[in-house]
Design a protein around this ligand. Structure first.
Ligand SMILES: Cc1cc2nc3c(=O)[nH]c(=O)nc-3n(C[C@H](O)[C@H](O)[C@H](O)COP(=O)(O)O)c2cc1C
Length: 173
């Protein structure tokens, strides 16, 4: 297996932290990995698999991830691929919230089918948001509570599962 790519789209940093953590888990398991913001990835030719993730805002993955998958659809469809999203819906982990966060992958699935998807609860840290965004959110009567729901153990387990799947997939010539 050549190198793996973990690429992410973030607004307030938690998706970047999770992607870096995935990179660490993969390296500890013996894989070669690049962890990069999605906007910095130009070329996929040196990678044998990709794990692509995004923060969720207003019920959607960030547009740069959708654009990236569309741009590189042909290459991505020939390599093992996984998507992850980071959201706040899973702070209540129920079958209903699982169905909601799974639906966030639909625009990506419509372009390229992944081997696996992973949805993870993130964090709400108002200090990381712009003044305008804090103002807009506080106008909303159902303000999202501040907190950190990141389950590092679950993310580690998912990452190792994806690695074993990617190692099993034949690498395209
Ligand atoms: C303006 C705003 C809108 C959000 N919209 C959603 C949403 O629709 N669904 C959801 O599950 N989480 C939503 N979230 C929560 C984020 O997905 C969560 O904070 C995540 O950890 C953000 O990742 P980031 O730190 O990489 O930007 C929203 C957060 C903000 C600040």
């Amino acid at each position: 297996m050549r190198k793996l790519l973990v690429a992410y789209a973030t607004k307030a940093g938690s998706t970047a932290e999770i992607a870096e953590f995935m990179g660490k888990v993969l390296r500890e398991a013996g894989a070669q990995v690049d962890v990069l913001p999605i906007k910095q990835v130009r070329d996929l030719s040196s990678y044998s698999g990709a794990i692509l993730g995004s923060a969720i805002r207003m019920g959607k993955v960030l547009p740069e991830l959708v654009k990236f998958v569309r741009t590189h659809a042909t290459t991505l469809s020939q390599m093992p691929l996984a998507y992850f999203n980071v959201n706040i819906t899973l702070m209540d982990d129920t079958p209903e919230s699982r169905a909601i966060v799974d639906s966030y992958f639909n625009p990506l699935r419509a372009i390229c089918t992944p081997l696996r998807v992973g949805a993870f609860a993130g964090r709400m840290d108002y200090a990381r948001l712009s003044w305008l965004m804090r103002f807009l959110l506080r106008q909303n009567k159902e303000e999202i509570p501040e907190g950190d729901w990141i389950d590092w153990k679950a993310i580690r387990a998912w990452t190792l599962d994806v690695l074993s799947l990617m190692q099993r997939e034949p690498t395209p010539a």
